[in-house]
Design a protein around this ligand. Structure first.
Ligand SMILES: Nc1ncnc2c1ncn2[C@@H]1O[C@H](COP(=O)(O)OP(=O)(O)OP(=O)(O)O)[C@@H](O)[C@H]1O
Length: 626
């Protein structure tokens, strides 16, 4: 047997790092500025514990763009490096001085250090033909050095005459990366990645004012304590993030230090149009460095609709999707955020219910989506999810939680299996007659009229084991709650059969079933209903899915319930004029279909003609009558 160590040739690995380390070339600036921030923070730490003597002075970072020389220079006034340190940190790829520092100074604000891998510096070679480093250590009597490398494993190191403490990194931008010599491009990258870094960053360019302010806000709201911030501060920060005029509904300030580090502010936006919601996203930061706004794996999916900032040094800077999915911290962060959001919603609901209800139009979407996609959240959401009751005007709205609805409907809305039947309307105008019919029986009808509701109804039916949903027009009011009571009509068996025969009507695009029942004399003579199951299938077909076209092409199923107790039939059945009987019955059926919005095209034309005919019967022939 033979054992050995695989030899890695640096000549081979270097180009690979250059090419594949980061797919997004913009990040070279983020990496180098992060190093400059680290160098500044380290100096602060060392000075605070007396290891760095002398004045710290103003710690600032400058990014200079020189289009003529085709260079970008990043300068800091941080700890700098000695020749030995340059050897150690820059010449040994993947030897991270940041990590070493954190280990050595554990407990001394080590979370402020961004670097972790010892690779970031090399991203400079993605955009440069040559990189020069001029650096002078904070340690007295340590000569300044100049390091130069053209991206091959060979480098040059010599003493130089830099007098002030800190590091200048000069990038000689290569031809393929000429885009980075455009000041607007650089400004854009700085604003994207460095807007909230803790050390002031100045962009220097010949067109810039010499006294232009730094491009960053070094003390973003999420880094402050909630007790230091007023509502206005939170709202102003929201504007700073997204340039909105519309204030958010409310916000949650996140602040965790165990078992992982996480700070941030999540805002609940006001949602006007559901298609608008993905426009602005939650931004992910690591120690105030922008990482990404693709937070899919860190934030629970339903909370992607929120806005704001999450900052965690436990999320590595060079995140890749596959990395994140496997990261145990990410899962914990995810659970924590879900819990915090649920806590906040529950608190608002308990303490300020009226206000909570006032915001339900926007909040409902988050809550419902959350309950559908996250079982833990559903358990919490059950307490504050609200049903809006139909039948109230615009000004006065009424809301019930599931428990309240259960109590209010306890006696009337239980079916034969003891399940709560939630009656809902998707369109209070179109289904008005049915809502009134249900209300007349003492039932409560809830509104389910948003985009997400059809799926919510389906999902909750399987999650809430003792609840079923019935759309208010799914059956006649008497049958909406299936109590298995038999309703007999006062008609004789013969009359019932005759009536059923008259209602045996064929109509295009509709598949009709007729039944005769004995409803109250006030109920309409015919009620058209659409069985819940088939209607849901058709509704879903209008969205998508493999069975979509199958269901979409099915005729609309309608049940016509003929109220045998309605006085009109006793009159009608006595009439000998068979043709007139048929026309009246057809019209009654059409009226019922009309109230369901199912009378269309040629069916509607026939109805109009027949109505005119019936009105003028015996006097004049109008139009063609079927
Ligand atoms: N501007 C600077 N001033 C002082 N030291 C620096 C500077 N830039 C880099 N260094 C040193 O070089 C080391 C390597 O930097 P590099 O960016 O490659 O890795 P890192 O910052 O440690 O980790 P990451 O890969 O996560 O960025 C740093 O840890 C630091 O010790």
């Amino acid at each position: 047997m033979q054992k050995g160590t695989i030899q890695v040739q640096t000549e081979n690995i270097f180009p690979i790092i250059k090419k594949f380390l980061y797919s997004d070339h913009d990040i070279f600036l983020r990496e180098l500025i992060s190093n400059a921030v680290d160098a500044s923070q380290k100096l602060k730490t060392l000075s605070s514990i007396g290891e760095a003597k002398g004045e710290v002075g103003e710690l600032l970072i400058e990014v200079k763009l020189d289009e003529e020389a085709k260079t970008i220079t990043i300068s800091d006034r941080g700890i700098g490096m000695s020749a030995a340190e340059v050897e150690k940190y820059l010449n040994q790829v993947a030897f991270s001085g940041a990590e070493e520092f954190v280990k050595k100074y554990k407990g001394q604000n080590e979370n402020a250090i961004i670097g972790k891998f010892g690779l970031g510096f090399y991203s400079a070679f993605m955009v440069s033909d040559k990189v020069e480093v001029f650096t002078k250590s904070f340690k007295e009597d340590t000569p300044a050095v100049r390091w130069e490398c053209d991206g091959s494993p060979e480098y040059m190191l010599e003493e130089t005459n830099k007098t002030d403490r800190g590091t200048d990194i000069v990038l000689y931008i290569n031809e393929e990366s000429a885009e980075f010599l455009d000041p607007e491009r650089i400004r854009g990258i700085l604003l994207r990645f460095c807007r909230f870094l803790p050390v002031p960053i100045y962009f220097r360019h010949k067109n810039e004012e010499a006294d232009a302010p730094p491009i960053n806000n070094t003390q973003p709201a999420w880094k402050k304590k909630p007790s230091e911030l007023s509502a206005e501060d939170y709202q102003n920060f929201y504007k700073e993030l997204y340039q909105y005029n519309e204030p958010p509904l409310f916000w949650i300030h996140l602040n965790v230090d165990y078992p992982f580090n996480l700070t941030g502010i999540l805002y609940f936006p006001k949602i006007k149009q559901s298609y608008e919601i993905q426009k602005d996203k939650i931004q992910l930061y690591s120690n105030q460095v922008f990482v990404t706004d693709e937070v899919k794996d860190i934030v629970p999916e339903f909370l992607m609709l929120l806005h704001g900032v999450i900052d965690s040094p436990d999320i590595p800077l060079n995140v890749s999707r596959s990395y994140l999915q496997g990261d145990p911290n990410v899962k914990k962060i995810n659970n924590h955020i879900t819990k915090k959001v649920a806590d906040k919603l529950e608190e608002l609901f308990n303490k300020e219910r009226k206000e909570f209800e006032g915001k339900w139009d926007s909040l409902g979407l988050f809550v419902k989506y959350g309950m559908m996609t996250d079982d833990k959240f559903m358990e919490r959401g059950n307490k504050f999810h609200l049903f809006e009751i139909a039948g109230y005007g615009e000004g006065e709205k009424k809301f019930y939680t599931l428990d309240e609805l259960r109590m209010a409907t306890e006696t009337l809305q239980k079916n034969k299996d003891g399940k709560l039947v939630i009656l809902y309307t998707t369109d209070t105008v179109q289904q008005d007659a049915y809502i009134r019919g249900a209300e007349a029986k003492g039932y409560i009808v809830v509104k389910m009229d948003t985009l997400i509701d059809p799926s919510f109804v389906n999902q909750m039916e399987s999650k809430w084991s003792d609840v079923t949903f019935n759309r208010v027009d799914a059956d006649i009011a008497d049958n909406l709650i299936d109590k298995q009571e038999n309703l007999d009509s006062i008609l004789s068996k013969d009359d019932e059969a005759a009536l059923k025969g008259l209602f045996d009507i064929k109509m295009t695009g509709l598949s009709m079933t007729v039944e005769v029942k004995g409803l109250s004399t006030e109920a309409p003579p015919v009620v058209a209903t659409r069985p819940e199951f088939m209607r849901r299938m058709k509704d879903m077909a209008s969205m998508s899915g493999p069975m979509a076209s199958f269901y979409a092409n099915m005729p609309d199923e309608v049940t016509l319930t003929v109220n045998g107790n309605h006085p009109i039939y006793q009159q009608l059945l006595k009439n000998d004029d068979k043709a007139k009987q048929e026309k009246v019955v057809h019209n009654l059926a059409d009226l019922a279909l009309l109230s369901q919005g199912l009378l269309k095209g040629s069916n509607l034309t026939s109805f109009i003609n027949r109505s005119v005919d019936l009105m003028g019967a015996g006097e004049a022939e109008v139009g063609s009558v079927k």
